[in-house]
Design a protein around this ligand. Structure first.
Ligand SMILES: [Zn+2]
Length: 103
């Protein structure tokens, strides 16, 4: 029997810094593709829908999908709008932010 795989996420949020109006820097989250994030050497990622922790799949095999990310936690997938388990759920649940969001 085929094992259902967690949804492949090609768009993620990465933590960036920008200059603050009063001086100094402040962090903010920017949505970009995993491919771009790897090219830019970004190191902090989160799911753009539930802000949960992601696991990155960086290797690109010929004929395979481009680099992508998956939810690390099944709990996030259960309640994330783009999670496999959320999409499969038939109890009319509402998506919510991760219980352990990346801040
Ligand atoms: Zn998510």
């Amino acid at each position: 029997m085929a094992v259902e795989r967690e949804t492949k996420l090609y768009d993620v949020e990465v933590k960036r810094r920008r200059t603050r109006a009063g001086g100094g820097y402040e962090p903010f989250w920017k949505t970009k593709t995993v491919v771009d994030a790897l090219a830019d050497n970004d190191t902090e990622f989160r799911c753009k829908d539930c802000h949960g922790v992601l696991k990155l799949y960086k290797t690109h095999k010929v004929g395979g999908p481009p680099p992508y990310a998956e939810h690390k936690s099944k709990d996030d997938s259960e309640y994330c709008a783009s999670g496999l388990h959320f999409r499969k759920a038939s109890d009319g649940r509402e998506p919510r932010v991760s219980i352990a969001p990346v801040e």
